[in-house]
Design a protein around this ligand. Structure first.
Ligand SMILES: C[S@@+](CC[C@H](N)C(=O)[O-])C[C@H]1O[C@@H](n2cnc3c(N)ncnc32)[C@H](O)[C@@H]1O
Length: 278
């Protein structure tokens, strides 16, 4: 059950992980790369109103709503966090995006039939689940044979300090083992998929002034005034610290948009590859 903001206690705030905190602040939780990633998906896949898309770990619904801006395809967006889903539904309503269904579901056991979706979008979610192999198998099960999985994992490009990893693990309440691009390449290299295409990015470094302005802007949202004053102070302190921590973490990171398609039984490996010339 979602607790009313006015009933929140300092203990509630202390016990919350980052995803629960942002469901309260209503920060827009994007996939790595935000609009750039959505644009890469839209321009590379022929999405029509008949296309069925599953978005996993939608949070407050950003990717589903952004895709919907371009085409009113059939989208089911899932998350395990009730408060985020409630905010996602409210946002969809204000935009008349009735083509999106926001459902509480776990990627580890998807409540859908085999061969159901044309596209499955999973942003930076594999890093958060208890068994990513099982999650990937579930995605494969509900994906159509000619479909695509778009996965957008983040990874370190520079070795982080142990203290940074420990702090981020505490903030998201998941014990992180630093992952590098080669780890994701091996994870997606299975007998079931072809890597159709990949796009690699490095995160921008954002200066402190911009980070402070962002935090102040989010924390000035009027709905937060329903929270009791000492609890709000605790929320502000925790949120500000977390955002600064994540930005520092991102300065060591990049991400890849992997376009994966199920292997066709008849298709042998490609030798007809090339590099683009100028
Ligand atoms: C970092 S946010 C994702 C933000 C953005 N939508 C993206 O694609 O990267 C991770 C989201 O995944 C959700 N999540 C975590 N474990 C999940 C699971 N087992 N099944 C579905 N969603 C999950 C969290 O509640 C959270 O909202």
């Amino acid at each position: 059950m979602i607790k009313q903001l006015s009933n929140l206690s300092i203990e509630d705030i202390n016990s919350m992980n980052y995803n629960e905190i942002i469901a309260i602040t209503k920060e827009t939780n994007r996939p790595p790369g935000g609009r750039i990633t959505i644009n890469d998906i839209i321009t590379n896949l022929n999405i029509t109103e008949q296309t069925t898309i599953l978005e996993i770990g939608t949070s407050t619904g950003y990717s589903a709503l952004e895709i919907s801006r371009f085409v009113k395809c059939k989208i089911i967006a899932i998350d395990i966090n009730d408060a985020s889903l409630e905010e996602a539904r409210a946002r969809a309503k204000t935009e008349n995006s009735f083509n999106i269904q926001f459902i509480k579901a776990d990627v580890m056991k998807l409540p859908f039939e085999k061969d159901y979706f044309d596209i499955i979008l999973i942003g930076n979610v594999f890093s958060l689940v208890s068994n990513k192999e099982t999650a990937l198998k579930e995605c494969l099960r509900v994906l159509k044979q000619m479909g695509f999985i778009i996965a957008v994992p983040m990874y370190y490009v520079k070795k982080p300090s142990n203290i940074l990893v420990q702090k981020v693990s505490e903030a998201i309440r998941v014990n992180i083992t630093p992952q590098y691009k080669s780890d994701w390449d091996s994870f997606f290299k299975t007998p079931y998929f072809d890597l159709y295409m990949e796009k690699n990015y490095l995160f921008d470094r954002i200066n402190d002034k911009k980070i402070t302005a962002f935090v102040e802007d989010i924390l000035a949202r009027p709905h937060l005034l329903q929270i009791k004053k000492p609890v709000l102070e605790k929320l502000k302190a925790k949120y500000g610290e977390q955002i600064k921590l994540f930005r520092e973490n991102l300065s060591h990171m990049g991400y890849t948009i992997y376009f994966l398609s199920p292997k066709r039984a008849w298709e042998d490996p490609e030798l007809f590859t090339a590099k683009k010339t100028k």
